[in-house]
Design a protein around this ligand. Structure first.
Ligand SMILES: [Zn+2]
Ligand SMILES: [Zn+2]
Length: 229
């Protein structure tokens, strides 16, 4: 595994004063205290399964539990985090990666100690070609995993079909749609944490969680940087 943590420290030694990722004012923090206080938090109470705010179990999850048993998510999908993430994914601006990792790590602070490994949400080979680099999530996951000492595995599962449009499907159909992923390794009895950037419907994460559970994973949870409301 590339040691992102060592890379981070080398970078910080060379750059003791950096810019806040949001306001760009020189700071010793990745996100300065002022900007940090302005971020929109995904506040409790929220659904234990999918982190949708409102109650400890939302109406969707009451009707049909997703295949992941818990979601860790600290922020709502809003400015400026969505812009930082967009620049990272589509303009290959990697300078903010540590800041996003730092913020994602806050969601990871309560991850269970018996988590065996982190699986970043895979992209299809076609999407990797389009973007030119394998998703920011892998880097974010590496960074966070170093802080939590949880290994990151990028060879556990591959994406075999691009996520189709799901607008014409009802919830039941979306949950039981064909598998988009294929498990490549033995994961029998493992506790797995999927890391994604944004949760919207949670359908793709649910599809992955179902594939992992069917392959023998004992527990699958989800961690994401932001959640749409
Ligand atoms: Zn700032
Ligand atoms: Zn829910």
């Amino acid at each position: 595994m590339i040691n992102q943590w060592v890379k981070y420290y080398k970078w910080r030694i060379l750059n003791p004063v950096i810019q806040c990722a949001v306001c760009k004012i020189p700071s010793t923090l990745l996100v300065c205290n002022h900007c940090y206080a302005e971020l929109e938090l995904n506040l409790q109470p929220y659904c234990n399964y999918c982190a949708k705010p409102g109650s400890s179990i939302c109406t969707d999850c009451q009707g049909q539990h997703p295949c992941f048993s818990h979601t860790y998510c600290c922020y709502t999908y809003s400015t400026p985090l969505n812009k930082i993430l967009h620049d990272l994914k589509y303009k290959r601006n990697k300078s903010n990666i540590w800041a996003l990792g730092y913020l994602l790590n806050k969601a990871l602070s309560s991850v269970k100690a018996d988590t065996d490994f982190i699986v970043p949400m895979p992209l299809s080979n076609e999407r990797i070609k389009q973007r030119g680099f394998n998703h920011a999530l892998e880097l974010l996951a590496y960074y966070c995993a170093q802080l939590k000492h949880i290994p990151v595995k990028t060879n556990i599962v591959s994406k075999i079909i691009d996520t189709p449009h799901q607008s014409g499907l009802n919830r039941q159909e979306r949950i039981y749609q064909q598998p988009l992923f294929q498990v490549e390794k033995n994961i029998m009895g493992k506790n797995i944490l999927i890391v994604d950037d944004v949760i919207t419907t949670g359908n793709t994460a649910n599809n992955l969680a179902r594939v992992l559970r069917e392959a023998g994973a004992r527990r699958v949870e989800l961690c994401a940087l932001m959640r749409t409301l």
